[in-house]
Design a protein around this ligand. Structure first.
Ligand code: GTP
Length: 362
């Protein structure tokens, strides 16, 4: 079969994003500002570049946010459709539910993407493999040092998927499920309808069990699951720095992305791929390194912010140090605090001046 010129995709965006709390208390993970735009804008731009013209979004948690931001998709050169789950249907159930909104024929390929993966892999090559090998499903695989936290996917020498071992304690390979699949459309109807289903624990093992043809597209392109605070911050910085090209980046790659309406004092430093959102202010002598600063944030004079995420409306006091911290929407960190090592401040919390400090030898 020739590559289609009107490829459809399903994007899973219904998860609660618990690992990214408190950022996801107010904003669903795929909508978090990432290198100046909602994370999904990067994913959409890549899909568009690979020939996708229509996307069905499988939404659940804070579902209204998506349509409010992207509308019918015309501004992105896409046709967007929003499907809402009243109760979370899981990854497999979400795919099955969204599949009823597809228009592709039974043998046509449909792209299915997790809405929290930043990947530079060649979608066109994955599609070409899917078509040339007449696969039922073609999975993108990537290699990670700690495969046990993901779905471990051993393959046969032919490239056929041999097993799917979700979060196993004894990974047999470093190759993991990278969260980007191409399904033959008719295969989607094998997923049970009307109930929660895990694609990773149920759908893929069942397809292998029944002898379906699952092929692996493995490579070593840029790949990051942005589901934790540290990887979210890293992903945004990598996009700003240009480690991964994105057509959706609102500016040129560089040390910092300062959005219109932000202001940085002349002697302040913003570097390491930091993004500073609209209406945000970085005060005199402050340093913001490798961080994500959402809109309407204030970083006080002399503050030091590294590897951290500051949600909309956060205030960081004078001389405060944030290192690997997450500050929720509208929170105020009084002057002279030190928050390090994955500290998380919930939305609308006020931390008095100097309340938390580390001893100087840390
Ligand atoms: P954590 O709670 O931090 O694990 O995040 P998550 O809820 O996003 O779960 P996970 O990272 O495993 O999800 C992978 C992808 O599937 C993400 O893009 C989620 O938005 C999506 N997803 C997870 N559960 C559901 C669901 O029940 N329905 C839909 N439509 N999407 C889901």
């Amino acid at each position: 079969m020739n590559p289609p010129n009107k490829l459809e995709a399903i994007v899973l965006v219904g998860g609660r994003g618990t690992r990214l709390r408190p950022l996801t208390v107010t904003v669903p993970k795929p909508m978090l500002p990432t290198a100046g735009v909602p994370f999904l804008a990067h994913l959409f731009a890549r899909a568009r570049a690979a020939g996708v013209t229509r996307i069905v979004l499988a939404t659940c948690y804070r579902s209204e946010t998506f349509e409010e931001s992207f509308g019918d998709g015309a501004g992105l050169g896409l046709e967007l459709e929003y499907v809402r789950e009243d109760e979370p249907l899981g990854t497999g159930g979400g795919i099955r539910n969204a599949a009823s909104w597809l228009r592709s024929g039974p043998d046509e390929p449909v792209l299915v993407l997790n809405g929290d993966i930043l990947s530079g892999h060649d979608l066109g090559a994955q599609l070409a493999l899917h078509l040339s090998s007449d696969a039922d499903v073609t999975l993108h695989l990537t290699e990670v040092p700690e495969p046990g936290r993901f779905g471990c996917v051993p393959t046969e020498p032919s490239g056929r998927v041999a097993a799917f071992l979700e979060k196993t304690q004894r990974p047999v390979t470093n190759r993991i499920n990278a969260g980007c699949y191409i399904f033959r459309r008719s295969v989607l109807s094998e997923i049970p309808a009307g109930r929660a289903v895990s694609a990773e624990r149920e759908t893929f093992p069942a397809l292998i069990e029944r002898g379906a043809r699952l092929m692996a597209y493995a490579d070593d392109a840029y790949w990051l699951d942005v589901g934790t605070p540290s990887t979210f911050v890293r992903g945004s910085c990598d996009l700003v720095l240009g480690c991964l090209e994105s057509p959706a980046l609102p500016g040129r790659p560089g040390e910092a992305l300062l959005l219109p309406g932000s202001s940085v004092a002349p002697d302040a430093v913003v570097c390491g791929g930091s993004a500073v959102g609209q209406g945000s202010v970085v005060g005199p002598g402050a340093r913001v390194e490798g961080s994500v600063v959402f809109d309407d944030v204030e970083v006080g004079p002399g503050a030091r912010v590294r590897g951290s995420a500051l949600a909309r409306g956060a205030r960081v006091g004078d001389e405060t140090v944030l290192d690997g911290a997450v500050v929720g929407e509208g929170s105020v960190i009084g002057p002279g605090n030190e928050l390090r090592h994955g500290a998380r401040v919930w939305p609308d919390v006020t931390l008095p001046a100097g309340a938390i400090r580390f001893s100087s030898d840390l």
